[in-house]
Design a protein around this ligand. Sequence first.
Ligand SMILES: Nc1ncnc2c1ncn2[C@@H]1O[C@H](COP(=O)(O)OP(=O)(O)OP(=O)(O)O)[C@@H](O)[C@H]1O
Ligand SMILES: Cc1ncc(CO)c(N)n1
Length: 265
Amino acid sequence: MASALPIALTIAGTDPSGGAGVLADIKSFQSRGVYGMSAVTSLTAQNTLGVQDVFNVPAGFLDAQLGSIFSDEAPHAMKSGMIATEEMMHVIRRYADEHSIPFVIDPVMISTSGHNLIDEGAIDYLRDSLLPLAATVTPNIPEAEKLTGITIESEADIEKAAKIFMDEIGVESVIIKGGHLKGDAVDYLFQKDDSLKLSSERIDTGHTHGTGCTFSAVITAELAKDRTLEDAFRTGKKYITEAIRKTPELGRGQGPVNHFAYKGE
Ligand SMILES: Nc1ncnc2c1ncn2[C@@H]1O[C@H](COP(=O)(O)OP(=O)(O)OP(=O)(O)O)[C@@H](O)[C@H]1O
Ligand SMILES: Cc1ncc(CO)c(N)n1
């Protein structure tokens, strides 16, 4: 019998300064009352100023980590973040195929500071073989542009991109994050038969390191509790807005968000 405690797994890279990647995910799971597990894809040397170095874990060792997890206590939902190589994607695909739990893919490509976090050659595999397995995919604007091949400058472009994600790439649903556009911070959830747009004021801060990781981790945590995707999206949006608003202003560059800020249900 599965545990009564909701469990979420992150498959992602580490950020030793704690703002992005696995640590951001685990903090998000914890503050949403969800037991966190992690399988590490890459170790990065990074901080609020940028990414200084990256060490990719061999795909076989990612397999070993996922084997340890799934052969003992399976999570109720999982997410992926940074997956640098196609070999690692093959491994993840196998587990996603074998275990029908909600899978949130944050298609991480470039760090907030502008460092490339994925092999250019792995992007096609991500799009064609991994995204169709996801319950939802959470691209930011540049990631959505790269994956759909269109330029996104307006809401009409976002709708066009969503159609490509769903009708051509074959994803079940997509959440396109407008954090990189001008004006209010607007995010869009597209599902088969409906769509939902959530807007918040744009907070005037440079401290947005790990916002994407945090947002998708909160969504994963809510899915682990068996909440609907729409509910998970609403909670993710409220959580990230408060987390950015109450930034702890750590570091000398683009600092992390505040995981103690959101007080809602
Ligand atoms: N300045 C801001 N004010 C309010 N909300 C923001 C701001 N910047 C980003 N967000 C919100 O944060 C969430 C993450 O969006 P964003 O586009 O920054 O993701 P990302 O680029 O994947 O993040 P990361 O920098 O971690 O790679 C979205 O809900 C977005 O609307
Ligand atoms: C490990 C890791 N994952 C994701 C991001 C995206 O912000 C980052 N900077 N580092």
